[in-house]
Design a protein around this ligand. Structure first.
Ligand SMILES: [Zn+2]
Length: 489
């Protein structure tokens, strides 16, 4: 579509994987991130946008792009169990675990099935909605990419054996401008430096290619993946990673006559996707081995198909886990009680009595809640709540308002995870400093991890420059509607 016919400016949304408010502020204040500083000084800065749950990239990006939580978009996490097909899904959680469950299957799950089978056909991505209005989009470096333009993805030479496709080539429905590491490139002769996603330099070059050729569409979504990896090992306050990505943004702004002109011509938005919780350093105290808790039960092995005698499947997403109960004779409260004996386990939630029951290894008592009730929260959602609100650190006021504490938008986000898939299962969250482990799960002692509902991992920064419009109670789940309004008003 001809850019001049559009009334709105092109919107560029940069998602810096694991960018957090505090290190961002430190980087900006100490002169390490001049481009981000410029955008913050000349725009709006929000330090507490609420992300999705589990706080894992694929679930978060699905929420951002569809405007729904996992109950609707149906991407439960990086690691989950598909009860309808009796199969463990892992989009790639770490080398050891990935190797056991089969690298070939992981690559196929991540690159193909996530978008073509798992992401619900009942929801629409922002790319699909914009295309219907005749507005083009670009997706750079995002594993969640569903659009409605057929695009060829090509797995290069040596890696061809890793896919289920003939000659390593297949067609996916994607946005009209589509870049994903080695699989689909905007600059045909460029070399992507990482097997899967492009690194920050490659990502920056792909986006600058669009700017230079005056090809920015109505909406561009671009992910920088590198920071997450660094923070897992170095801890949350890694400033160097932010400085490196900032240099890429400087180069984008430098393509315009002035940085101010870059804002006159486009809306620039920068966000993080999830926070990180610092991890304790001793294995014994901080790694919760779920196989030990359930040692009396038969747990499915990840390298084998599910056996008819398997009673439990464990799907760990760092600081959260799904515990699936396959054995029909095993009551869900018996499993929950075993979890409650470990005081490093925080929220334990499952579907019960037409609603959701919440207990905890850290607190006594229980809470039961369901949607559409007499209490209302700041997001205009209403709930029935019975029992002890402390379980979710909620404050209930005399005029029936709900105030969230340590678990922002906790009621809707737990509801989302518990309705993300059919089957009989429990959602658990680890206490700050701790994370879960099952068979061959990667862990992050002395570094940082995410996945849980806690505010540490939930509150993400959002910078909006080039427009004065900003969301009122910023949540990631509301970003799609906000972006649609910006791109097409
Ligand atoms: Zn991560």
């Amino acid at each position: 579509m001809n850019q001049n016919l559009q009334s709105a400016k092109p919107v560029i949304l940069l998602n810096i994987d694991s960018l957090m408010p505090e290190p961002l502020e430190v980087a900006v204040q100490t002169g390490r991130a001049p481009a981000l500083k410029f955008l913050m000084d000349n725009g709006n800065y929000i330090s507490d946008m609420v992300t999705s749950f589990p706080t894992m990239s694929v679930t978060i990006d699905s929420t951002l792009l569809t405007g729904t939580y996992a109950d609707k978009h149906k991407i439960p996490g990086l690691n989950w169990f598909d009860d309808s097909k009796n199969e463990i899904i892992n989009y790639g959680t770490g080398f050891r675990e990935t190797n056991k469950s089969g690298l070939r299957k992981t690559v196929h799950d991540m690159l193909y099935r996530l978008n073509n089978e798992h992401l619900s056909s009942q929801v629409r991505t922002i790319y699909e909605e914009l295309a219907d209005k005749g507005i083009q989009s670009a997706s750079i470096n995002s594993f969640v990419y569903r659009g409605n333009t057929p695009q060829k993805l090509q797995v290069p030479g040596l890696l061809r054996g890793l896919t289920h496709f003939k000659d390593g080539q297949w067609t996916a429905e994607a946005p009209s401008i589509f870049s994903l590491g080695v699989f689909s490139k905007l600059r045909p002769r460029s070399i992507a430096t990482q097997i899967a996603a492009g690194n920050y330099k490659y990502t920056g070059r792909e986006l600058r290619h669009l700017i230079r050729r005056n090809k920015l569409p109505g909406f561009t979504f671009c992910i920088f993946q590198d920071l997450d990896f660094r923070i897992h090992f170095k801890g949350p306050m890694d400033i160097k990673g932010i400085a490196k990505i900032d240099r890429q943004i400087q180069k984008m702004l430098n393509l315009y006559p002035s940085w101010e002109e870059a804002l006159n011509r486009n809306v620039w938005m920068v966000m993080g996707d999830n926070g990180h919780a610092p991890m304790g350093s001793s294995y014994r105290n901080f790694v919760i081995d779920l196989r030990k808790i359930f040692k009396k039960h038969r747990i499915a092995r990840i390298q084998k198909p599910i056996h008819k005698k398997d009673q439990i499947v464990l799907s760990v997403n760092q600081r959260m886990a799904y515990i699936y109960i396959l054995d029909k004779k095993l009551p869900i409260d018996v499993i929950a009680d075993q979890l409650k004996n470990d005081n490093r386990i925080d929220i334990i939630a499952w579907k019960a009595d037409d609603g959701i029951r919440v207990e905890s290894g850290m607190r006594e008592g229980s809470l039961h809640y369901s949607p559409d009730g007499e209490y209302s929260d700041m997001y205009q959602q209403t709930w029935n709540i019975e029992g002890d609100p402390d379980l979710l650190n909620l404050k209930l006021t005399d005029d029936k308002k709900i105030l969230y504490g340590d678990y922002p938008d906790g009621l809707a986000r737990i509801y989302g995870a518990l309705h993300s898939q059919p089957g009989h299962f429990i959602v658990v969250n680890a206490k700050p400093g701790c994370e879960f482990k099952a068979q061959s799960t990667p862990f992050h002692l002395g570094g940082a991890a995410h996945g849980s509902l806690h505010r540490q991992e939930t509150l993400i920064p959002l910078v909006i420059a080039g427009t004065s419009i900003k969301p009122e109670h910023p949540r990631l789940v509301d970003m799609k509607a906000f972006l649609l309004e910006l791109v097409d008003h």
